[in-house]
Design a protein around this ligand. Sequence first.
Ligand SMILES: Nc1nc2c(ncn2[C@@H]2O[C@H](COP(=O)(O)OP(=O)(O)OP(=O)(O)O)[C@@H](O)[C@H]2O)c(=O)[nH]1
Ligand SMILES: [Mg+2]
Length: 337
Amino acid sequence: MPPDPLVKGLLSGDRIALAKLITDVESGSPRASEALRTVYARTGRSTVVGFAGPLGVGKSSLISRLVRYLRTEGLKVGVVAVDPSSPFSGGAVLGDRVRLDLPRGDKGVFVRSMATRGQAGGLAQGTRDTVRLMEAFGMDVVIVETVGSGQSDVNIRDVATTRVVVLVPHLGDDIQSLKAGLFEIADIFAVNKSDLPGSAEAVRHLREMTTIMSPRSDWRPDVTECSALNATGIEELWKKIQRHEDFVRKESSAHQESRDRLKKELRELLQRKLEERLRSMLLEDGEVEEWARQVEEGKIDPYTGSDRIVQRLSGQGRSKTVSRRSPRLDKGARPRG
Ligand SMILES: Nc1nc2c(ncn2[C@@H]2O[C@H](COP(=O)(O)OP(=O)(O)OP(=O)(O)O)[C@@H](O)[C@H]2O)c(=O)[nH]1
Ligand SMILES: [Mg+2]
């Protein structure tokens, strides 16, 4: 098959091709999976940074500052803003929430929003795929913004190699309730709004907690202070991100994490593909359809019905031709396998 011109465009830095392929990913078009297969070998080399944290702590503002800083360093940056609560994708509603403040017309930056609706393959997979397309496009850094602390549809652990959890001074009770979840995902804590009082104390408190909490790997979460408002601490944040990226490249515990990420992705993809297969068989396979009907009509119990269907799907008891005619189920008799 000749290579898709869109893929060629993507690899040669055509922004329209990138945008179109992301739309294909969202709609679950077969062209998207083909494109991803083609470019997969070119992915996995960019720095992928996830930003999470409670509502309104300044994630988008901080990302905007970081992107501007990275641009002065000559790095190309992609941003994926994930919003599970928004029903719209790429439209005005999400645009409001993301609020990225970036220079217009900069060809070295590409921003894309993702919402639940319109995600044929699920939000997590849509995010993974979009990150990969941005990597293949040639972005040095890809930043993913998610809401919440990882309990949302997209856990940034699944998509990013370095996870920044953004907090603000005086999170109060929040920090207690979030503690466990946050420590599970954070490689770096960024205490934003350091222009407000209480920042140094929050940093001290978090540092103490990082020494008490048992680490999930050899990495102890780093704590840093910044203000997106005043543009302070941004370079420091980037240095900490790089320090973690160096760690990831060297440590075997981090390699294990990357294996686990791929294992999880494979499981999720398999689940989705098998579900699709099941759905089409429920509609098209006469035998499966008949077992289903027998259950619905109360002629056989759902336990037996589901066992028979699984046997059928896994090829046991498969008849040579798929018949629209049902297996004979005499009333009251146990169906045959
Ligand atoms: N004082 C102060 N305000 C800030 C700072 N950073 C962001 N803000 C303000 O905090 C509010 C929320 O900022 P966003 O960047 O939209 O926060 P967010 O975490 O992306 O918000 P959601 O995506 O809705 O969860 C805005 O009014 C910002 O102007 C900061 O460093 N200092
Ligand atoms: Mg935001």
